[in-house]
Design a protein around this ligand. Structure first.
Ligand code: PLP
Length: 397
């Protein structure tokens, strides 16, 4: 056939409607501007500013030298799964069989995707608690599931209201997706609320996907996992990883622990779509995980100092702010500036070269908030606060 007679292809109609209709991440659009702004201080990124502890990098280099550069078992290295199962058992008293109930994943991101894929049929509902991590609703929609939003509010310290939660449960509810401590609020979920959610999950028969990626960064009290409550191991998909606790975002390593019937389905998807998590990252962590608490504590104590500083500064500036109980984000209420979150963030970026994330990226109820990460040096934070104060004085005039 002559080229001239080949009909011009309409590739647009070949693309996935689900993906085309998905809105782009509210953060990415914003960060395109950040990257092109010179001398910008970013309180925007959700990753540790610390370099991965050297012992981990060193172990990775050795694993490359030793030729540990091939596929691992689909579930991940058994020795690593054994250590992880032991750590979960020590921390929460929940016993997972490393042979059949633990999968090493490419970060919590992949664990979350596997969890959702293993339970969602088109039209199923997944309850998400807003404000929340930007990927949750999108991940559910990508599977033609329906995210059902339960909003939490600043005035109520971002507590989940059980009465509101009950109203959101329907016959189509497959799961609730929890994240504690939370990105973006830093709020964790107390034992009483977890128990109430657990009772509902059992009575109304749904699964809990428990994203505990910030559990190593809790500043006050103990972290309780919902998986540890009576009857909950059977219906919880526990997700965690090394991105935040060990400053390993680029290594793409996490894990999912779930009862065998769920874990088997997650493994099937993992086998077909990923084969295994990166071998070098697995070997690196395997060598040091059992004595990494010192590294975690060192970073945590630095975050704690920064948290106290940044929260006090926002309050001094007249922006009410809850004290984050964990993670490395503050979520001040900026309504006294007279600006909505996106305007605030854009104007702040243009006039003072400070990047923060508009609250609207985390849900429609967060229009009056901005998210600031304190995973950056105290010098940067001090200078950013000085610039935000300058900006606020001008905005309020
Ligand atoms: N879950 C939450 C709540 C997060 O904040 C993030 C990253 O910011 C992730 C999951 C993704 O983590 P990972 O790097 O392990 O994929």
């Amino acid at each position: 056939m002559k080229l001239s007679v080949i009909k011009k292809l309409d590739t647009e109609s070949l693309l996935s409607r689900t993906v085309r209709e998905l809105p782009p991440s509210g953060i990415r659009e914003f960060f395109d501007i950040v990257y092109s702004t010179p001398d910008c201080i970013s309180l925007g990124v959700g990753e540790p500013d610390f370099i991965t502890p050297w012992r981990i990098s060193d172990a990775a280099i050795y694993s490359i030298k030793d030729g540990c550069t091939h596929y691992t078992p689909n579930r991940g290295l058994l020795e690593l799964r054994e250590i992880i199962a032991k750590q979960i058992s020590n921390a929460h008293g929940v016993v997972y069989d490393p042979e059949t109930e633990v999968i090493i994943t490419m970060g919590v991101s992949q664990g979350l995707d596997l969890a959702l894929r293993s339970i969602i049929n088109a039209g199923d509902e997944v309850i998400i608690i807003e404000p929340c991590y930007v990927s949750y609703a999108a991940n559910v929609k990508l599977l033609n599931g329906v995210p059902v939003v339960v909003a939490t509010h600043f005035d109520n310290k971002f507590e989940i209201e059980i009465e509101t939660l009950i109203k959101s449960i329907t016959t189509k509810t497959k799961a609730i997706l929890l994240n504690y401590p939370s990105n973006p609020t830093g709020r964790t979920i107390n034992r009483e609320t977890l128990s109430a959610i657990a009772r509902l999950a059992i009575e109304r028969n749904f699964i809990v996907i428990s994203d505990e990626i910030y559990s190593a960064l809790v500043y006050e009290g103990e972290h309780t996992s919902i998986a540890s409550l009576p009857g909950m191991k059977e219906r919880t998909i526990y997700l965690n990883g090394f991105s935040k606790s060990l400053a390993m975002t680029g290594w793409r390593l996490g894990y999912a622990a779930a009862p065998r019937n769920i874990s088997d389905l997650m493994l099937k998807i993992h086998q077909y779509t990923a084969l295994c998590a990166p071998s070098i990252a697995q070997y690196a962590v395997l060598d040091v995980l059992e004595n990494s608490q010192g590294d975690i504590d060192r970073m945590k104590s630095e975050y704690l100092n920064r948290r106290n500083y940044i929260v006090n500064r926002f309050i001094e500036m007249g922006y009410p702010c809850q004290m984050p109980q964990g993670a490395f984000y503050v979520f001040p209420d900026i309504s006294s500036s007279g600006l909505h979150s996106k305007d605030f963030a854009l104007k702040l970026l243009k006039s003072e070269r400070v990047a923060v994330v508009p609250g609207s990226a985390f849900g429609s109820t967060s229009e009056n908030h901005i998210r600031c990460s304190f995973a950056t040096s105290i010098e940067n934070i001090k200078e950013a606060m000085r610039r935000i104060e300058h900006f606020s004085k001008k905005a309020r005039k």
